[in-house]
Write a protein that binds this ligand. Structure first.
Ligand code: ADP
Ligand code: ZN
Length: 734
């Protein structure tokens, strides 16, 4: 479509039956697709997302599109293929009289003699021996041969071009699917198809399989402790669904973190599997998307955005680790992959299975109230005990070891034991970088980000220390002297994963240690490769952020150390306790998954906090009861619904004024819509990326009324819409 002076590609989502006055509309330049590009079901889902999350339909459609969709006719990866023509074929017997059907396959030894012009009528010059041999190779292949392959066999592009010019071969482009399984370096499947389910697994499977059998929409929670064998149940359910002629979507938090799950499904479904996630190259994602769209697959494994995969016969959606925060998209449209999955299943009449050892408060409440079905597995496979968890009170440790202690003596000695036994160790600290701040000991000056109200994190760099903002990526080298008072007393305070790694290397010089955090895995494939090396026993200790807590199954890990269990508890976020409980339970769940019993050592400044205590006892139910009482008392989700609105401005006053005006417009409807507004107030991160931020919260019980009230207020102020971020069901209000 022409739009202003530009030409844009759009997506038709509806037709307007009343044609507007013909003079006021422009003509479409070209219709790109003959068939609808997105299946109708996906468009419907996008419409729901746009409405529920107060986003534009264009934003919602954009997340459902594969990369390069705007020009998708050209974004297939193509390769040139050479095929012999009838004319070329006619020359072959004369070229290779002695060989008969045994034509050459490489250009080398037996070059035919030059072929006189008499034999290639109308072509003027003779065929050179090379050209003749090349023609023989193409003829021998029978089907089209990729030009790249011909090059490997000694046939240059130039020779091919000459043959093509004579009409002896044709060269044409052919679409080729890029294979993401190859580049993801996924391990091969370990064949164990005949494995018997444990009684607990059987019971859970029977219960869920009955829901598959019943057909139709239903949501079920599969609450199984870490190591209870949930994956095996997913595989069998998926098979049952496939046998009924329907498709399966398996959602995982991050594919690189669960290579074994992907391998397992590849083993079970072979070529009928596609994967969809952001770490694939655009080309790979595009090709996978089109395989799904063509109906070539029965199972899609993917991250958040895979919920929009163009499947048309969906029978089952599994959301593995449903509590994981990566399912929430933190940019427009701010959707929650799990919640969109449930809505999609209502449209498609599918079963949703939400799997977790530590379900989100939302999900567990729905299961407890009977809205969701629930299957529970309380024991680990082969009766392996859950890891024994020991708490180390770091206040006592500081008193004995001094305030700089990072690794407690208990943890250090336990690591030493494991190394001696050649067991493996995971060390978790959910904070990256080397130090959390720099300050001047003389004048107290600190290094804050110039764009954000946040202190810069110090990272070790090749040529010194680099201070970096984890929000906007601003960075600077840490100078030798203070910028304010010139004193040479700059000090680093606090610590992150880089410093823990350094201390481990010092304490255990013979151990093979690697670090996994966002900084160490920048390069594509780095994460998979580190995890692969750890799984293969090439590393003894893996230190890292929450990335090492998720889903892995490393049988040789018998010890998990948690450096500061309370990292998240200091945040003024209503989900802080839930996050802490989940992280600790999950990471403790990484220990003792093999034959030897596991142990977890949890260092904390708040050994009495209920989230730490109950995580150590792995008592989910007790945690839920305690936490839901807190949420009810404070009127926080899931006992109420929440919408967080952030208004940005060039100045604080501008942001505050706009926010105040929006709230003023909502106020008249508070009584009828049964909602309350908290704020406006300065957002916890009052400056971010150079902008000033003010926020207000809308609390209520009827989401639709809350949405309408906010939408109506915003509709009257179109000029500020761009500066307003609306987050429906926010995971965090920071
Ligand atoms: P979860 O996802 O519940 O933490 P997994 O699915 O990773 O647990 O299973 C834990 C381990 O138990 C894996 O190594 C898996 O291969 C193994 N396992 C699962 N089911 C069985 C079974 N029925 N018999 C033997 N081993 C099993
Ligand atoms: Zn910043």
């Amino acid at each position: 479509m022409p739009v202003g002076s530009r030409t844009l590609t759009g997506c038709v989502v509806a037709l307007n039956a009343d044609a507007p006055d013909a003079d006021s509309v422009k003509d479409i330049i070209e219709v790109v697709d003959r068939e609808p590009f997105l299946p109708a079901g996906v468009v419907k889902l996008c419409e729901w997302v746009a409405e529920y999350y107060l986003a534009g339909i264009g934003d919602a459609i954009a997340v459902a599109m594969p990369p390069g969709a705007r020009a998708h006719a050209t974004s297939f990866k193509t390769r040139q293929v050479a095929t012999i023509t009838a004319h070329g074929q006619a020359l072959v017997p004369a070229l290779f009289p002695a060989l008969g059907p045994a034509l050459p396959t490489t250009l080398g030894s037996a070059l035919p003699p030059a072929l006189g012009s008499a034999l290639s009528p109308g072509q003027g010059t003779a065929l050179t021996p090379k050209q003749g041999a090349a023609l023989g190779i193409v003829a021998a292949a029978g089907v089209g041969l990729p030009v790249g392959e011909l090059r490997d066999r000694g046939v240059t592009r130039d020779v091919l071009a000459r043959l093509a010019a004579r009409g002896l071969v044709t060269l044409r482009a052919e679409a080729e699917d890029r294979d993401p399984f190859e580049s993801a370096a996924l391990p091969a499947r370990i064949p164990d198809a005949a494995r018997e389910l444990t009684p607990e697994q059987s019971a859970a499977f029977e219960q869920l399989a009955a829901l598959v059998e019943a057909g139709g929409f239903r949501t079920a929670l599969l609450h199984g402790v870490t190591g209870s064998g949930k994956t095996e149940i997913y595989v069998r359910l998926a098979r049952a669904v496939q046998q009924r002629g329907r498709q399966v979507l398996l959602m995982v938090p991050e594919i690189a973190l669960t290579p074994s799950v992907t391998a397992l499904f590849r083993g079970a479904f072979g070529d009928r599997v596609a994967i969809q996630h952001s770490a694939l190259s655009d080309g790979e994602r595009h090709d996978q998307w089109h395989r799904i769209r063509r109906g070539d697959v029965d199972l899609v494994i993917g991250t958040r955005s895979a919920v929009f995969a163009p499947l048309t016969r969906l029978g089952l959606i599994v959301v593995d680790e449903e509590h994981d925060t990566s399912y929430k998209q933190e940019e427009t449209p701010r959707y929650h992959g799990r919640d969109v999955a449930i809505v999609r299943a209502t449209h498609d009449g599918a079963l949703v299975v939400l799997g977790s050892a530590t379900p989100s408060m939302e999900t567990y409440q729905n299961a407890a109230s009977g809205k969701y079905a629930q299957a529970t597995m309380e024991r680990r496979i082969l009766e392996r005990p859950l890891a024994a968890v020991r708490i180390v009170n770091m206040r006592a440790e500081y008193a004995d070891q001094g305030p700089d202690a990072i690794i407690s003596r208990d943890l250090a000695s336990a690591i030493g034991d494991r190394l001696a036994r050649r067991d493996q160790v995971l060390v978790l600290l959910n904070r990256r970088g080397y130090a959390t701040a720099v300050f001047c000991r003389q004048c107290g000056d600190t290094f804050e980000c110039p764009n954000c109200t946040i202190s810069l994190t110090v990272h070790r760099a090749r040529n010194g220390w680099r201070a970096r903002c984890h929000y906007c990526n601003y960075s600077m080298m840490v100078p030798k002297a203070c910028r304010k008072c010139a004193a040479p007393y700059l000090e680093r305070a606090g610590f992150g994963t880089e410093k823990v790694e350094e201390q481990l290397v010092e304490a255990f010089p013979d151990a093979r240690i690697a670090r996994v955090d966002r900084d160490s895995i920048r390069r594509k494939g780095a994460l998979a490769s580190l995890l692969g090396r750890f799984a293969a026993g090439e590393l003894d200790i893996l230190v890292g952020t929450q990335m090492i807590a998720k889903g892995h199954d490393f049988p040789r890990v018998t010890l998990v150390g948690v450096i500061s269990a309370d990292v998240g508890l200091g945040l003024a976020d209503f989900r802080a306790a839930e996050r802490t409980f989940q992280l600790l339970t999950q990471v403790a769940g990484r220990a003792g998954r093999g034959e030897r019993t596991g142990e977890a050592i949890v260092q904390t400044l708040y050994p009495e906090h209920y989230s730490i205590q109950l995580a150590c006892r792995q008592d989910y139910r007790a945690f839920f009861e305690r936490e839901i009482a807190f949420r009810r008392g404070m009127r926080y989700p899931p006992t109420v619904a929440l919408i967080n609105t952030i208004v940005r401005g060039r100045t604080f006053e501008e942001a505050m004024q706009t926010a105040t005006e929006i709230v003023r417009r909502i106020e008249p409807s508070t009584a009828s819509a049964g909602l309350t507004v908290l704020g406006p107030a300065p957002a916890p991160l009052v400056r971010l990326r150079g902008e000033h931020r003010v926020q207000f919260l809308v609390k209520g019980t009827r989401r639709i009324d809350m949405r309408r009230a906010l939408e109506a207020a915003l509709a009257g102020m179109p000029q500020v819409r761009r500066r307003v971020t609306v987050d429906v069901d926010p995971l965090s209000v920071l």
